[in-house]
Design a protein around this ligand. Structure first.
Ligand SMILES: Nc1ncnc2c1ncn2[C@@H]1O[C@H](COP(=O)(O)OP(=O)(O)O)[C@@H](O)[C@H]1O
Ligand SMILES: [Mg+2]
Length: 258
């Protein structure tokens, strides 16, 4: 089995009898830039939570041949699984470099972190370069734009050597320039990594997804290329409501080519 292959089998999450993720089967290969879309409440965040160990689940979430279900959050992170949150969780009072250094320290362990280091580790320099924050190295994270905070968070996953990255609505609230930058960043990091992007922004999805899974009421509704899911009548129904829809209506919501 491919080392960096994510495979969910009948993954299910229930909250007091309410099934938020319902027997999801999903495979993502390295190099893929998989978008996970679906209306509010579809279960997208819960699915990521389950894979990263934040909520209990049943079924299997196999990563690099290891089932993550039932494992603790920090163990899962150690296996190279990283995720971002809808609201960025950087240390606002610390600089960009310090944020990345702490993330790198989390990887190195407590003893290594306790040792004083005067030089910025190579892995931090590289991650800063990759996410385009080199010029802001000494800026306090609190002074970064919303987009830059998301990039910093992605950088923090890179220094931790995450090989599976799950990003929860990374471009929400970004300017259109920042969205383009983010799309190119995701394409760069998806080479050699497995990337799952939860996103609401249809234009962004159309521009950057290599494959798409549509979630609805906790279940996989459709899967395929951007063109395939746009043309899928069940997907159109979920986004546009039941009944027949004009080409113009479908394109207004799902984008050109729907
Ligand atoms: N901790 C929780 N307890 C109870 N219900 C939850 C919890 N987290 C999410 N849900 C419910 O699960 C469903 C899926 O939520 P979520 O995964 O956040 O959807 P999405 O990210 O697709 O918008 C929603 O109906 C939500 O209200
Ligand atoms: Mg969500």
């Amino acid at each position: 089995m491919n080392a960096d292959y994510l495979e969910l089998t009948d993954l299910t999450v229930s909250f007091d009898g309410f099934v938020a993720v319902d027997r999801v089967n999903l495979s993502v290969l390295p190099g893929d830039l998989r978008f996970l879309i679906g209306p509010n409440g579809a279960g997208k965040t819960t699915l990521i939570d389950a894979v990263s160990g934040l909520v209990p689940a049943t079924g299997a979430a196999r990563w690099a041949g290891v089932d993550l279900v039932g494992r603790k959050v920090h163990r899962i992170a150690r296996l190279g699984v990283g995720r971002t949150f809808q609201t960025a969780t950087v240390f606002e009072e610390l600089t960009v470099t310090q944020n990345l250094d702490i993330a790198a320290g989390a990887r190195r362990g407590v003893l290594a972190l306790a040792r004083r280091r005067s030089r910025v580790p190579e892995v931090v320099v590289e991650a800063m370069e990759t996410v385009g924050l080199t010029e802001r190295a000494d800026a306090l994270a609190g002074t970064l734009s919303h987009g830059q905070k998301q990039w910093l968070e992605i950088g923090m996953l890179l220094v931790q050597d995450a090989k599976l990255l799950m990003l929860d609505e990374p471009v929400a609230g970004m300017s259109s320039d920042e969205k383009d930058e983010t799309g190119r960043l995701l394409q760069r990091i998806a080479t050699g990594r497995t990337v799952v992007v939860v996103e609401h922004d249809m234009d962004f999805m159309r521009a950057f997804a290599t494959s798409v899974t549509v979630l609805h009421a906790g279940k996989v509704l459709a899967e395929g290329s951007v063109a395939q899911v746009q043309a899928d009548l069940r997907v159109q129904e979920v986004y546009l409501g039941p009944g027949r829809h004009s080409q113009a209506e479908a394109e207004a919501v799902l984008g050109e080519g729907a």
